[in-house]
Design a protein around this ligand. Structure first.
Ligand SMILES: Cc1cc2nc3c(=O)[nH]c(=O)nc-3n(C[C@H](O)[C@H](O)[C@H](O)COP(=O)(O)OP(=O)(O)OC[C@H]3O[C@@H](n4cnc5c(N)ncnc54)[C@H](O)[C@@H]3O)c2cc1C
Length: 290
């Protein structure tokens, strides 16, 4: 059995340097709600764990340039309890608030939810719909990467050796904007999404949709940004005709697997149904009705 080294760096750069210089398997430890389960089952056997919960950049939530900067190691519960953030991005909170139980959310982070790279991760479609940009720190410096480009497939990210997600920037957005995330699960909680949909939209003074982003989770190898679904909403009043086009575009973009929790056909159908419902919820929020 090999020794396990545990480090608690105080900066993202120091964390990246530790990971980059590791000679054996090395992993980031955030909340540990995926990592410790994987270590106990023997699926991963790191020789170095780099705990990022002691890095202030990664544990802060603050307004920045009209938008929000959220540390990748902020717990879902801390985010849910942040009233100003929750009122700015209720759809992101929908996602964060569905991760596990209260106990799990007390540890689980957005960075861990993204970098664990489960196609069914609940916060990821909401973050993609929000247009969140990940600030990635690595041995060669810092780069800004749209969240939809971080995951490559189940359990795989596009991060290079030594790179970590330090924080997320959620951009400023106009008044009359709203977002929502909905998932379908056989049980009401402590279950994995069979389908998840995040939608973020903006209306003009006449109630016309001027901007939208739509993301689907659990229907492909990673969460998808679906521009064709957004196009169905833009230029409409998010009326029945637009919702029908949105549902068709969401179903067309879904390329799910069959498994014991849902067939391909079921997931494709549910992607359309949930997209409609998420659009209606985002619309109500944009209109100030929720
Ligand atoms: C009982 C239970 C129920 C759950 N229910 C749900 C659910 O309903 N929905 C859901 O989406 N998830 C669920 N999960 C999964 C898990 O809680 C989430 O994925 C969580 O957000 C992971 O965050 P973490 O901070 O605990 O990550 P960790 O376990 O610390 O890390 C996960 C992975 O990401 C890497 N990593 C972490 N942070 C970073 C970073 N900043 N940069 C680079 N790599 C990083 C780690 O090295 C590791 O590979 C559940 C887990 C449990 C145990």
């Amino acid at each position: 059995m090999s020794d396990l080294r545990y480090e608690t760096p105080k900066t993202a750069e120091a964390a990246a340097a530790l990971l980059a210089s590791a000679s054996g398997p090395a992993r980031v430890l955030a909340g540990g709600t995926d990592m410790l389960v994987q270590m106990r089952s023997g699926r991963v056997k790191p020789e170095l764990l780099v705990d990022v919960k002691h890095i202030s950049e990664m544990t802060n939530v603050a307004q920045e340039n009209g938008g929000w900067r959220v540390g990748a190691a902020v717990s879902c519960m801390a985010l849910v309890e942040n009233k100003a953030f929750s009122s700015a991005w209720p759809g992101v909170i929908d996602g964060a608030n569905l991760v596990g139980s209260v106990q799990v959310r007390g540890r689980a982070t957005l960075g861990g939810n993204l970098c664990n790279a489960s196609p069914a991760a609940d916060s990821v479609p909401a973050m993609i719909a929000a247009g969140a940009i990940a600030s990635v720190v690595g041995p060669n410096g810092r780069r800004e990467v749209p969240v939809e480009q971080i995951n490559a497939g189940p359990g795989k990210t596009s991060l290079a050796k030594g790179e970590i997600v330090a924080s997320f920037f959620l951009p400023p957005r106009p008044a009359k904007s709203g977002d929502a995330y909905l998932r379908f699960t056989p049980r009401s909680e402590m279950d994995i999404a069979v389908v998840g949909v995040g939608i973020n939209l903006t209306l003009d003074a006449q109630g016309m949709c001027t901007a939208a982003r739509v993301s689907l989770g659990a229907v492909a190898e990673r969460a998808l940004l679906v521009p064709e679904a957004a196009t169905a909403l833009i230029g409409s009043k998010v009326d029945e005709a637009a919702l029908a086009k949105l549902a068709a575009a969401a179903s067309a973009a879904a390329r799910p697997i069959d498994d014991k929790r849902g067939t391909k056909e079921f997931r494709i159908k549910v992607a359309g149904v949930l997209a409609r419902r998420a659009a209606a919820a985002a619309l109500a929020r944009a209109q100030g009705n929720n």
